[in-house]
Write a protein that binds this ligand. Sequence first.
Ligand code: WT7
Length: 605
Amino acid sequence: MVPNLVVPTVGDYEAARAAFSWADARAGLDGLPGGRGLNIAHEAVDRHTAGPGRDRVALRWLRRDGSVTAATYGDLARATNRFANALRDLAVGRGDRVVTLLGRVPELYVTVLGVLKNRGVACPLFAAYGPEPVRRRLALSGGRVLVTTPALYRRTVAPVRHELPDLEHVVLVGGDGGPGSGGREAGAGGSGTGEPDPGRGGPVLAFDRLLAAASDRFTIPPTDPEDRALLHFTSGTTGAPKGALHVHEAVVAHHATGAVALDLHPDDVFWCTADPGWVTGVSYGLVAPLAHGVTTIVDEGDLDAARWYRILEEQRVTVWYTAPTALRMLMRAGADLARAHDLSRLRFVASVGEPLGPEVVVWGREALGVPVHDTWWQTETGGIMVANLAGAEVRPGSMGRPLPGVEAAVLARGPDGRAAVAPDGAVEPVDAPGVAGELALRPGWPSMFRGYLHDEARYRACFAGGWYLTGDVVRRDADGWLWFVGRADDVITTAGHLVGPSEVESALLAHPAVAEAGAIGVPDPVVGEVVTAFVTLGPGHAPSEELRRHLLGFARRRLGPAVAPRAIAFDQDLPHTTSGKIVRRLLRARARAADPHGSREGPGP
Ligand code: WT7
């Protein structure tokens, strides 16, 4: 039996809010048999295998080479059982972190779910991160196991493996074998030989051999809903990346929000374009749709307008969750391309990650036949908190309204742009419409993060007056809809991904010519913001086009394409506070004043 929680679409918002409770949402899931707790992997996989859902396609991977790999819920249950057993055989267990550095290949999904079955903590890293971001996150994660490809291992991990004392096992994905598949090369830059490559960093294991040697039967041990399950890194303005920890109970929110915000129904074919290296690709590219028992499409390739339209048509996608940057690129590719495809199956489209301009919502109605529903959330919230809900009015340009079960407030701000907190800890909710303030959420929803790994102080600093402070500034209109204004901090949002300016700055500072660096996001019509660095050169170095290109390449090699600056401006007089910190707000003003394309590498996007 697959008891899908079919929440009626939200025609009457207030009634839907009044009718909702998280306890009811929890009752829409199974729980482990025999009352042994709640485990994400059971809700996402095993519970579907007791009935006809067993033979339904759970995941369909569209591989880079054009082939297709599919796994039914039954296939997925067996493959994840094998991986859970393999971990157990390695004496890796409850609470142990298992990190993946993989493209969107089957092995990534099997690993994450197998780890959850074994009560470990899964931490997927983005494969487009360069050696620096990977090393920092791997070290912070304390991961005991890393699953990656031979090429990524050689390039990013082997050189620093000796700096990772917690990392005991490296499992390499290459050669043949995906779950329930015809066995394809695992992609993501494999060595081509399919043999594990010991590299120089230490011993490695082969994913396929581990799986083949393990039993496909596994009983999920009792799982406390508060057991840690997922670790997602996110970026702040300063300091190291923050590792947000989520628990098994989060699946209650993934499931419920999948219904109210993404309109998932049992027969849907769902496509979430986000990579599991980001929270969206796990919460909604894996957990929510599988918990609903729907078929999920995974495209291994990168954004390409023509191919994406083809996927929507050929895979008969009914519900699509994507990002503003992607939609703006489709928009630029022209309406003819959209019209050349049969998108009549597409019933619901939603977006997340950055402001979705009203023009994209309107374009969606024309080109896709449905409006785009903006949704808002964060790594820390684990699931969608605010949305233009299914079945309700869409307000183009608005993030929407708080979901049933979510209480939001707009808090008055202090001089630093963040919510003003009185000495006794009190904050001041603003009820008047149209006033910009910091968005705050009342803690208590199931997918709320339970801490930043190794950083209790930073976690505590996220709360005041009984609210979780989001760091985003919004306005509420007279009808209760929320409108995104901007971030209250200096974090950069590029192509829907957060980039911490300090990470970019420290990579540049590693270069002998750089004395000082400040990184900001410069507004861009397609990707939202382009990572841009201001650099002060040290004595004996003079600005030149050659040095600029050299520094761009230097940063890119260390940071990878997802994080590296796309533009560098030389500036011998960076603005500082009296305490010596770079004032990024003034850098943004300088960037606005300058020719925005003057310092770009090659033609702009
Ligand atoms: C930050 C969270 C959670 C999914 C993706 C990113 C920005 C997110 C919207 C939106 C304007 C948005 C916010 C937020 N953001 N959704 N609909 N409109 N901005 O998770 O990497 O933790 O980033 O992305 O600034 O705080 P994340």
